[in-house]
Structures are given as C-alpha cells and as structure tokens.
Design a protein around this ligand. Structure first.
Ligand SMILES: Cc1cc2nc3c(=O)[nH]c(=O)nc-3n(C[C@H](O)[C@H](O)[C@H](O)COP(=O)(O)OP(=O)(O)OC[C@H]3O[C@@H](n4cnc5c(N)ncnc54)[C@H](O)[C@@H]3O)c2cc1C
Ligand SMILES: NC(=O)c1ccc[n+]([C@@H]2O[C@H](COP(=O)([O-])OP(=O)(O)OC[C@H]3O[C@@H](n4cnc5c(N)ncnc54)[C@H](O)[C@@H]3O)[C@@H](O)[C@H]2O)c1
Length: 452
C-alpha cells in the first residue's frame, strides 16, 4: 500500500530533525524516517558527549595549573562522573524518546527504519511505500572512513562511538588520525591518565588548518604527555586479544590497549536508491545547489552534501531547505565564512580560507600574525596561554578572507573574525576600531599591525 504525504525526510540527525520539525510546525505533512536515533551522531556519539569529556579534562588541566599561580592542588581524576553525565544528561542512555515525542508533538509522523528512494517523490521503508507530494529531503549524514591499513578490518578498533561510550579511560590508546576527532579525544583521555599516541599520516596535525596551528598543537599535546607522530605511515595492525600492535613506517611497532580510528568521515550514500532519481550512488557526496536542491522535488542537507561536516552547517542548510520547500524566496547558501572550532585546549577557531587556500585561489594575499603569550591577556593568563591569531587578507580588495584564532577561548575570539569575513569589513576599518583591554581578542589588533 502506498501512503501519501507532503514531505518525507530520510535520516533524522541534526539536519533532518531540524527540517522535519520546522515543516511539521508549519502544518506541512511530514514523515520522518530514522534508522537509529533521532538526533543522529551529534547528541549521542559526537559533539555533545565529546565536549563533556573535554570539559572534564579541561577542569583537571586547570586544577593542575594551580601550583606556581594560586597555591597547591592535588588532582585525582575519576571518569565515573563523565560516563554518568554522558549516559544520563547527554544521551538519556542512548534513548531518543524525547526527540521522537518532540517531533510527533508538532504533528510529524515518525517511522523507525531504513529508507531508500524508489523514484522521484517516492520513498520505500521496509516494504512500505510513500509518495511525497512536495518532495523528499535526504539527510543521512556520514560514517567513519576506515583507511586500508592491512589487518585493520580484522581487529576490534574503536570509532568515536566506542570512545564516547567508554566506561573508563583506556590505560593506553593509539589514535590513528590527527584531525578534529583524534585530537579532541586524545587530549581528553590523556588528561584522565591514558598514555596516548597520535599517528598522523600527513606532515602536521590538523592538516586542513594553518601550519602554525599544527605545530603549536604538537607542542601543547606533547606537554600533556601525548606522543605525536606526524608524517607516519601505518602499514599494518594486529590484535592479540589484549594489545593492539600498529606497525608504522615499516619497522616501528606501537602498542596500546585500544586503537581509535579517526581518519575522517564520508557521506552515507550507499543503498539510498540514488540511481532511481538519476543521481550517482558512487559519488563522494550529494551535489546540491544554493537552495540545497539535489534534483526535482529533492533536497539534501548535512554531512552527505560534503560542504563541511559540522552540526552548524547541517542546521544552516536545513533552514534554507525548509524555506525553499515552503516556497519563500531567500538567499543561497554562502560558505565563505564557514567557521570551524576544534575543541582542544587551546581551542582552534578558524573561518574562511587558510593562507594556502587563498593563494591557491589566485588571490594576492597578505597575512598578519600575533602570539597570544606576548599579548597582555596571554601574559597575565600565564599557564595554558598558548595560542596565536593569524589573519589572511585579499590585498586587492582589502578585506579578510580567512582567519585563525588559537587560544584559551580561541573559538569565541573567532566569532568577531567570522563577522569580518562574512561582512567583508575593510581591513582599514578593523585597524581603526577599539579593542577592549586586556582581552584575548586584542591580539587581532596586534596581528593587523604586523601585516606582511
Ligand atoms: C566525535 C565527533 C565530534 C564532533 N563534534 C562536532 C562539534 O563539536 N561541532 C560540530 O559542529 N560538529 C561536530 N561533529 C560533526 C557532527 O556530528 C556532524 O556534522 C553532524 O552530526 C551531521 O549531521 P547530519 O544530520 O548530516 O548527520 P547525522 O548526525 O550523521 O545523522 C544522519 C542520520 O541519518 C540516519 N540514516 C542514515 N541512513 C539512513 C536511511 N537510509 N534511512 C533512515 N535513516 C538513515 C542515521 O542513522 C543518522 O541518525 C562531530 C563529529 C564527531 C564524529
Ligand atoms: N569540533 C568539531 O567541530 C568537530 C570535532 C570532531 C569532528 N568534527 C567533524 O568530523 C569530521 C571527521 O573528523 P576526523 O577527525 O575523523 O576527520 P579529519 O578529516 O578532520 O581528520 C582526519 C585525519 O586523519 C588523517 N589520516 C587519514 N588517513 C590516515 C591514515 N591511514 N593514517 C594516519 N592518519 C590518517 C588525515 O590526514 C587527517 O589529518 C571532521 O571533518 C569535522 O568536520 C568536528
């Protein structure tokens, strides 16, 4: 039997849930289909639980900074409150009933199952078929991309899901991948006493960010007791029941109790029936236009569009898709000022283009850099003051096209820079405004003076 509705949303992670709830609240008939948990990766296995781990780890680190600055401290880490908080407050023991009720309370119809397209405006869920009069929204997210390291497919490695649901920190941990997931989780576990080694294939940590950032993080993580191996090729892995043995650079053997694979994520496109609507199921991502349209009465939002695998991107895109589905005209998606924050300590905030990306676009680039420890606030802050601000200007237009802000509140400092990039505020104006003293963001003024 075929059921009719206005819109079917496939995948109810942050992107899909936002679309489905907003449309339902507008009185549109919406069927939301979710194979696992409504809310998706972010609340149950990603952003929120990982940030609870980081918050706890940062508390320990701050307490350890007391000697020499404010007295004595003795820190005894206990993982139990972290695991309890993730279970009880973040994930409700990995139960999504509240989210399901919120959606159905707005008038949506919820279906637990795996959906696939069956043609334009048609969706099949476990043998049941739906016709969507207004259209279908794809929001199936991403999953870990597992590299072809020999032996990896035969060992019980961790992904982010295992890491954030750990009942206790591992005594020792190997982290494959020095990107956002790898570094955030590496530092959190290290602060709870795990012996951590990070193995990154490229020549620096956070390789998509400015090189100064990777160098600074390698230093800070080293001081946290983490071993960092960059430019390292993992060429085999074994597990003997207790211990992982990772062979690196054809000779070195690294061992640990756990192995976390954090080598990127890729969109989930397989088995979605994309071929039934003329799209390529073998593509890296679902291509969308500025209104998030992927085809006739078909929209796609979130990680599967490959436009920045972040919750804030999924929600931004979701809002545009909702507007378009409701037939309200509005501007296209604009990713020029896409902000990113890696929640290490120090936080790494960045927006827009790196210096290299700007040069690759053929821009005539000028940069300015300032160090946080030598800014007044950084000097006052002392322990834990590592950081920098780097600005990237399109010199021909005299506007910032990118910026990086690393520091104790690097992600927050980045906000002002994101406004400057988004609004194309002339650099001359930024030079002649007042920066509150003594803030971390005064380093922006300093970077503007050190232009080259
Ligand atoms: C450890 C970690 C930490 C992160 N931290 C941050 C952070 O601090 N800030 C940030 O902005 N981003 C962070 N991210 C990224 C963020 O989690 C993702 O960008 C976000 O979850 C993407 O949302 P989405 O809706 O596109 O996909 P998802 O959240 O992946 O949701 C997709 C949903 O679709 C469902 N689904 C898939 N196929 C089907 C199908 N055929 N039928 C029905 N349902 C289906 C899945 O079960 C899933 O629930 C983090 C990611 C990880 C892994
Ligand atoms: N704070 C945040 O916003 C946040 C936090 C975590 C994750 N995320 C999102 O999730 C996505 C996935 O995170 P991620 O850290 O897995 O991906 P990533 O792309 O950020 O980093 C993956 C790293 O693994 C390295 N790598 C790849 N293959 C390797 C191999 N065989 N051996 C060693 N290193 C290898 C890459 O060079 C890269 O540095 C991110 O792109 C980000 O969008 C965001």
């Amino acid at each position: 039997m075929t059921r009719d509705t206005d819109v079917v949303v496939i995948g109810m992670g942050v992107g899909g849930e936002h679309v489905a709830e907003r449309l339902a609240a507008e009185g549109v008939g919406v069927v939301g289909v979710e194979a696992e948990l409504v809310g998706g990766e972010c609340p149950y296995w990603a952003c929120i639980p990982s940030k609870m781990m980081i918050r706890a780890g940062n508390l320990l680190a701050e307490a350890r900074r007391i000697p020499g600055m404010a007295g004595r401290s003795e820190v005894e880490p206990d993982w139990r409150p972290v695991a309890d908080r993730i279970r009880d407050e973040a994930t409700d023991d990995w139960n999504d009933q509240v989210a399901v009720d919120r959606f159905t309370g707005k008038g949506g119809t919820f279906l637990r199952g795996r959906a696939r397209l069956a043609g334009p405006g048609r969706v099949e869920v476990d043998g049941e078929e739906f016709t969507a009069r207004r259209g279908v929204v794809l929001a199936t997210g991403s999953r870990p991309s597992i590299p072809p390291v020999p032996g990896l497919d035969r060992v019980p490695y961790w992904t982010n899901r295992d890491a954030v649901s750990a009942k206790e920190p591992p005594a020792s941990l190997l982290v494959l991948g020095g990107g956002a997931i790898g570094l955030e989780l590496a530092q959190a576990f290290a602060r709870f006493g795990s012996w951590v080694t990070v193995v990154e294939a490229l020549d620096r940590l956070l390789p998509a960010e400015e090189p100064e950032t990777g160098a600074l993080l390698a230093e800070v993580l080293g001081a946290d007791g983490i071993t960092v191996r960059t430019g390292a090729k993992a060429d085999g892995v074994r597990h003997d029941g207790d211990v992982f043995r990772l062979s690196v650079d054809a000779g070195d053997e690294l061992t640990a109790d756990r192995l976390l694979v954090a080598t990127g994520r890729r969109p989930v496109l397989a088995d979605l029936g994309l071929e039934t609507v003329g799209l390529d199921p073998g593509a890296r991502a679902v291509a969308v236009d500025g209104q998030l349209r992927a085809g006739d009465r078909l929209w796609a939002v979130g990680d599967l569009t490959g436009r920045g695998l972040f919750t804030h991107v999924a929600m931004y895109q979701a809002e545009i898709a909702v507007r378009d589905i409701l037939g309200t005209p509005g501007p296209d998606a604009d990713y020029r000022a896409l902000p990113r924050v890696t929640f290490t300590d120090p936080e790494v905030g960045s927006v827009g283009l790196s210096e290299r990306a700007a040069r690759e676009q053929g821009l005539h680039v000028r940069t300015g850099t300032a160090e946080i420890p030598s800014a007044t606030r950084g000097w006052i802050h002392k322990a834990g003051n590592e950081g920098l601000v780097k600005l990237v200007e399109d010199a021909d237009r005299g506007v910032l096209v990118g910026a990086t802000s690393v520091g104790p509140v690097g992600g927050e400092v980045m906000y002002g820079l994101a406004v400057a990039v988004q609004a194309e505020v002339p650099v001359e104006r930024l030079r002649h405004m007042i920066y509150a003293y003594p803030t971390f963001h005064r380093a922006v003024e300093e970077a503007l003076r050190r232009w080259h």
